[in-house]
Design a binder for this molecule. Structure first.
Ligand code: HEM
Length: 136
């Protein structure tokens, strides 16, 4: 049983809270970038990525546990949503980690904006997955 009285377990609710909190921190970090306080911007964006990495422990465990059921019912809406979410999520997480660790991706506006939108899409899909699994 989770914190919100839904059918979700506590790890699922924890991931929801961590990822939404991480996204709010990312939005706040963008305010600092707009004020040209870049050190604070990068520090806060790194917190978002760290919360994402911690959340992966549950999301990957859940994906591995449900892999067989998802692959044998791949045309079912919840399976399609999960696969779509995990695919966008892998791209968001990989590019986010590379950006946050100053590796391969240059910290210029275009890649940062693109990664922001991919991250937002992954979060939106994650929230839809949560609603489909635990609220409907
Ligand atoms: C920036 C990247 C990501 C964000 C913002 C994100 C966000 C979320 C959120 C908010 C949920 C709903 C809470 C929950 O049900 O646990 C969720 C669920 C899930 N995510 Fe992600 N996620 C990301 C990356 C990934 C990746 C890389 C994978 C797989 C490799 C993944 C697989 C899953 C799965 C399987 C669930 C359902 C977990 C469950 O059984 O409750 N996600 N995600």
């Amino acid at each position: 049983m989770g914190f919100f009285g839904t059918a979700a377990s506590w790890p699922a609710d924890t991931v929801l809270i961590l990822q939404v909190a991480g996204f709010i921190i990312l939005l706040l970090s963008i305010m600092y970038a707009k004020k040209k306080i870049f050190l604070r911007h990068f520090q806060m964006a790194r917190i978002t990525v760290s919360l994402g990495v911690v959340s992966l422990i549950w999301m990957v465990t859940s994906l591995v546990d449900s892999f067989q059921i998802i692959s044998s019912h791949i045309t079912v809406l919840s399976s399609l949503l999960t696969v779509a979410h995990a695919t966008i999520g892998v791209i968001a997480m990989t590019t986010g980690i590379l950006l946050a660790s100053d590796s391969l991706i240059t910290k210029t506006k275009t890649p940062m904006r693109a990664i922001f939108f991919i991250w937002a899409a992954a979060l939106l899909m994650g929230i839809i997955v949560y609603i489909k699994y635990y609220l409907l």
